[in-house]
Design a protein around this ligand. Structure first.
Ligand SMILES: Cc1cc2nc3c(=O)[nH]c(=O)nc-3n(C[C@H](O)[C@H](O)[C@H](O)COP(=O)(O)OP(=O)(O)OC[C@H]3O[C@@H](n4cnc5c(N)ncnc54)[C@H](O)[C@@H]3O)c2cc1C
Length: 580
């Protein structure tokens, strides 16, 4: 079964989250509807024709390590070069350096299709996007002119080097060090693990962005600096020359994303230069990480969409028994109520997550390009609030949907040939990297409610107002009433979280994030149904919103209870008795 790019659904979701109004900003004044659909159509064609056919060979052959070199699976190198030549690495990058200056939201929409077609491939250009963001944010004029053009046109790729054996979620523990070598240059020493696309053969150079400590730097996160260390040293003319003192020592054998090399990187006196100011590296890295978090959220959407498509195709083809929704014997399994319910819920969840991530993207665009400082600050606050939800809710959804898709295949789902198992395996990394989903939940109840809950309450008020208004329309009254109840539950849980910082709040952080995501998802599906055109396609949107409301929004009061339980049970447990 091939990948069918869901261009119409994606364009609809962009409309729902206010993408068209970005045109009011001078930066996007020339972005017309034709350009947007041309970009989406072209991405749909490239991903389905070029990337999806490589997904299986990527999984079965995988990346190969040999004497420090890493070889990508057959077809990947050419596909990457063609992808880069198509301009797909620099969609949202600044025009000045060869980018296309398009909105982040449109870039995310394009990358959803990349992730659906080939998750392991997509990681490579996603890291370019992150490195471009960091350089645009913190690079000197020289650094920008040397590194941005080849990253944007895709001749070179980027990486992010944070993790070390003892420093995963806790970056304060990292020990890689940088020694000054004169004239603003440094030598890097240390070991980084799990570095995605840290070594490969698909591009001519690799620009590693590496977190390390300078001599005498303060302990903890306040003493971390960010460095640029290219695989091949870059001359003043921008040309790549001699090999730098860094190398991949090995690649990992993983549950999924086999085509994406996950490298142990050794830095042994590698030449590097500071990106941004000394000891302020984490703030710059966060620019990259926030961009990457939305991309990982989109990976959840992409893999969910693909799992749904494959399960739908199987359900329409496979026949078993008598079914309550058909007179045929044997009936398609699609006609068994449970299979159909599961499939439609998969679709509803994917559409909800798509809208959440795209909405975060739209606010990021506004945060950068709104004309007034107040407009930029308000949009940034909304984007900041949405980012952990977009990452964690969408990736948990992706895993759940991939699992549901496998279940619909029955025993064939457990057999590798159908492909359903690969989506499940590939999806499983997404709640782990880029800050585990627990870290996202901590971030949501901690930093993101740190403004006294202002950003959260403003969003909840919008949802509640829309729900109230929708109750007047008989077509949406039922969904609206579930949504109102969910918004009330979320508001109550938000007050509770604000009153219970520390262990009690953190014990409910995961449930709070799930409740927030569910409520946002239900809201955006309702909006999608309201804005859908007449006809069968549009009516399906109302069915999906309804299903999501009855199956998921209906659970909101229980989710709120879980979010407000506190840590009493966790502290009451006798940890030693557990292992006795
Ligand atoms: C395939 C793959 C690709 C990766 N790519 C990159 C990359 O390109 N660059 C890079 O730098 N890193 C990369 N990583 C590393 C990844 O980001 C880390 O694995 C992740 O941040 C978690 O760190 P850890 O594995 O050390 O787990 P740990 O931090 O040891 O966490 C273990 C468990 O404890 C939980 N936990 C830890 N701290 C807390 C807390 N404060 N609150 C609640 N729960 C907590 C976690 O949620 C998790 O469930 C990659 C990892 C993999 C597997």
């Amino acid at each position: 079964m091939s990948f069918r790019a869901p261009v119409r659904d994606i364009a609809h979701a962009l409309g729902v989250v206010g993408f068209d109004r970005l045109r009011e900003l001078p930066a996007f004044a020339e972005l017309d509807a034709d350009t947007t659909s041309a970009v989406l159509d072209a991405a749909g064609a490239f991903t389905s024709e070029r990337l999806a056919p490589l997904n299986r060979v990527g999984d079965t052959v995988g990346a190969r390590y040999e004497n420090g070199a890493v070889f990508s699976p057959p077809g990947f190198s050419q596909a990457y070069r063609d992808f880069a030549a198509g301009g797909w690495c620099g969609l949202s990058a600044e025009l000045e350096y060869g980018g296309q200056g398009l909105p982040k939201a449109l870039e995310l929409a394009v990358y959803e299709m990349v992730h659906s077609a080939n998750l392991a491939f997509g990681l490579c250009p996603v890291l370019n996007v992150g490195a471009i963001e960091a350089l645009q944010e913190a690079g000197t004029a020289r650094q920008k002119s040397l590194f941005l053009p080849p990253l944007i046109d895709g001749r070179w790729t980027g990486t992010m080097n944070l993790t070390e054996p003892q420093a995963g979620s806790d970056l304060a523990a990292l020990t890689a060090r940088a020694e000054p070598a004169g004239e603003g240059r440094y030598k890097l020493y240390g070991e980084k693990i799990f570095i995605t696309w840290g070594e490969h053969d698909v591009a001519d150079n690799i620009v590693h962005l590496v977190l390390a400590r300078l001599p005498g730097a303060p302990a903890g996160v306040k003493g971390i600096s960010l460095f640029i260390a290219p695989k091949f040293l870059v001359g003043a003319d921008g040309k790549a020359g001699a090999r730098n003192g860094l190398r991949a020592a090995s690649i990992e054998h993983k549950l999924g994303i086999h085509a994406s090399p996950t490298c142990v990187m050794l830095y042994d006196g590698a030449e590097a230069e500071l990106l941004g100011r000394a000891n302020e590296g984490l703030a710059v890295m966060f620019v990259m990480m926030n961009a990457a978090r939305l991309q990982v959220g989109m990976q959840g959407v992409g893999i969910g969409e693909m799992a749904y498509q494959r399960a739908l195709a199987y359900a329409l083809e496979r026949k078993q028994g008598r079914a309550a929704l058909s007179k045929e014997y044997p009936a398609r399994i699609f006609d068994h109520p449970e299979v159909r319910r599961s499939l439609l819920l998969m679709k509803a969840q994917v559409e909800a997550a798509r809208a959440i991530v795209l909405m975060a993207g739209v606010f990021l665009d506004r945060a950068r390009h709104a004309q007034s400082a107040e407009g930029r600050a308000a949009a940034q606050a909304r984007a900041d609030l949405l980012t952990p939800i977009a990452k964690a809710w969408s990736t948990d959804m992706g895993v759940a949907v991939a699992s549901a898709g496998l279940q619909i295949h029955g025993g064939m789902g457990f057999i590798e040939e159908t492909g359903a198992a690969q989506y499940y395996r590939d999806a499983r990394i997404t709640p782990i990297y880029e800050g585990t989903n627990a870290i996202q939940a901590n971030d949501l109840v901690g930093r993101k409610l740190g403004d006294g809950g202002n950003a959260a309450f403003a969003l909840i008020a919008e949802i509640a107002a829309d729900a109230k208004a929708a109750r007047a329309d008989a077509r949406f009254a039922a969904v609206a009433s579930y949504l109102q109840a969910a918004a009330t539950a979320l508001e109550t849980a938000t007050h509770w979280q604000l009153a219970h910082r520390g262990a009690d709040g953190l014990a409910g952080a995961n449930a709070y994030l799930a409740l927030f995501g569910d409520t946002l998802g239900g809201w955006l599906l309702l909006r999608g149904a309201q804005q859908a055109p007449d006809g069968v396609w549009g009516r399906n949107k109302a069915v999906l919103a309804d299903l999501f409301a009855t199956q998921i929004l209906s659970l909101a009061p229980g989710r709120a209870e879980a979010a407000m339980t506190g840590a009493a049970a966790l502290t009451a447990i006798d940890a030693e008795a557990l292992v006795a």
